[in-house]
Design a protein around this ligand. Structure first.
Ligand code: ZN
Length: 59
């Protein structure tokens, strides 16, 4: 994924910055503890599509 996208994208829930999870192909919000999936190199920035991170999951 294009890393410059990360500087543009923000969490739709809290507007905070996101962390790219390469092994998960997702963008994670450490504040909301949600992971937004990346499908075909396109981040899906929808709260109802996001995965809730497990409490012990490292971001
Ligand atoms: Zn957030």
């Amino acid at each position: 994924m294009d890393k410059t996208l990360l500087t543009i994208l923000a969490c739709p829930n809290c507007k905070g910055s996101l962390t790219y999870q390469k092994d998960q192909q997702a963008l994670a919000c450490p504040v909301c503890r949600l992971a937004y999936p990346i499908r075909d190199d396109i981040p899906v920035m929808l709260i109802n599509e996001a995965r809730v991170l497990a409490p012990d999951e490292k971001i």
